[in-house]
Each structure stands twice: as C-alpha cells, then as structure tokens.
Ligand binder design. Sequence first.
Ligand SMILES: Nc1ncnc2c1ncn2[C@@H]1O[C@H](COP(=O)(O)OP(=O)(O)OP(=O)(O)O)[C@@H](O)[C@H]1O
Ligand SMILES: [Mg+2]
Length: 226
Amino acid sequence: MIQLQDLSRTYASDEIETTALNGIDLAVEAGEFVAIMGPSGCGKSTLLNIIGTIDRPTDGRYLFEGADIARAPEAELAKLRRDRLGFVFQSFNLIDELTIAENVALGLAYRTMPAREKKDRVAAAMDRVGIAHRQRHHPHQLSGGQQQRAAIARAIVGEPRLILADEPTGNLDTENGAQVMDILGQLNAEGATIVMVTHSPSHADIAKRTVHMLDGRILSSARRAA
Ligand SMILES: Nc1ncnc2c1ncn2[C@@H]1O[C@H](COP(=O)(O)OP(=O)(O)OP(=O)(O)O)[C@@H](O)[C@H]1O
Ligand SMILES: [Mg+2]
C-alpha cells in the first residue's frame, strides 16, 4: 500500500537545522497493523504526518499504491486524504461548538452523497464505537474515552483504507485505552490498514508488527509471532 524510500525530513530555521527523519525505508502492506515506537523526539509524529500527507518529505520517495506522491500537488493530496485516510490524534481534536454527531459528520464533509446516506453513515459509525447515546452532546460533556471513540467514528465514517493514529491512547486510562485498542483491532480484522504511534508496549503487542525508531531512523521492524 505504501512505500517510503530513503525518505528524510529536515526543519530549517535561521541557524539551526533539525533532522527529524533521516533515510527512512518502510513498506506497509494492505491489511497490516503497524505500531511505531521510540523515545520522544525521534520522529514518530513526523513520520505519521508524512504518511498522512499533512507534511512532506524534504528528500526521498513516498509511493502510495504505486504512485510517487512526495511532490504531488496539494489538491491531489487533499483528495487522497478525503477518500483514503482516517486520522486519530492523542488530543482527540473534536470541535466543541459542534455536537458529537456533527463532529463525526465532519469525516464526510467534502464527500458528495445524499444527505440521507450521510446521516445513516454517521449513525452507523457512532453505533460502531458505542457513542450513539451521546450524539447530541458536545465534546466537553463526554469522558476522555468517549471523546476518543467519537474521534475514531469521525476517522472511520468515510471508510478509509488507511487509519493513522498518533498515540490514540496517550490521554486515556487503562480501561479506556483498552477499549480504543479493541476498536482498532476490530477495524484491522475487517480489513483496514493501521499505522499507530504508541508508547505502550502492551498496545504495540496488539499490532502485528512493531517498528522501533531512534534519532530519525528505523532501528528495527519485527513481526509478532503468530
Ligand atoms: N515544526 C517543526 N520545526 C522544527 N523542528 C520540528 C518541528 N516539528 C518537529 N520538529 C523536531 O523534529 C523532531 C521529531 O519530532 P516528532 O514530533 O516527530 O517526535 P516524536 O517522536 O513524535 O516525539 P513524541 O514522542 O514526543 O511525540 C524533534 O526533534 C522535533 O523537535
Ligand atoms: Mg509525537
């Protein structure tokens, strides 16, 4: 599904140049569930953002289903994000002025489909993660675990092929973290490809492969014994 080849990302300011990613080679096949681990600052979020096309590499190739998109025009990337990708973040990123149902519907904002179908899909996504009974509430009225499940509903309502999650359990207690991992595991079992950053070894164990990073490089990549 995706291939990163000798990919680098540097941030240049007036005097200092920071190398966030340095010669990354990584392939992710359709249907995989990959966990990315490594110390703070090693480049995990940068890598996930580049995979999600919300950041671009400074060097190297990024093939998405065979096409090199490292330098693709922004409009093409926006379409890719809309049709193929779902994002989940550590801090949920829900909009407090909107209800939960309206937040979930944002996942379909740029799709053209009959209003009825949108409504049905939003209802199904909320049901899926067990927050249908909170659909008229606003994010601040929900627990952290419920907010993250709403964010997952928003990410999956468009039925993305690739789900990118940056520390999705980072702000959750053990029980809510386990619920979120259950949902991600089920989505993967149903065919979604998932790339997830985590600091939790037990959550990485739920993935089928763990990639360890250090200082902008990939140290190792190990598949879980079946
Ligand atoms: N916009 C930016 N400008 C300059 N440097 C940046 C920028 N974004 C990230 N960096 C640097 O790139 C490196 C990698 O950052 P990144 O956010 O990818 O780390 P991370 O592995 O996700 O860390 P954490 O576990 O703390 O989330 C860090 O040294 C960071 O300071
Ligand atoms: Mg990060």
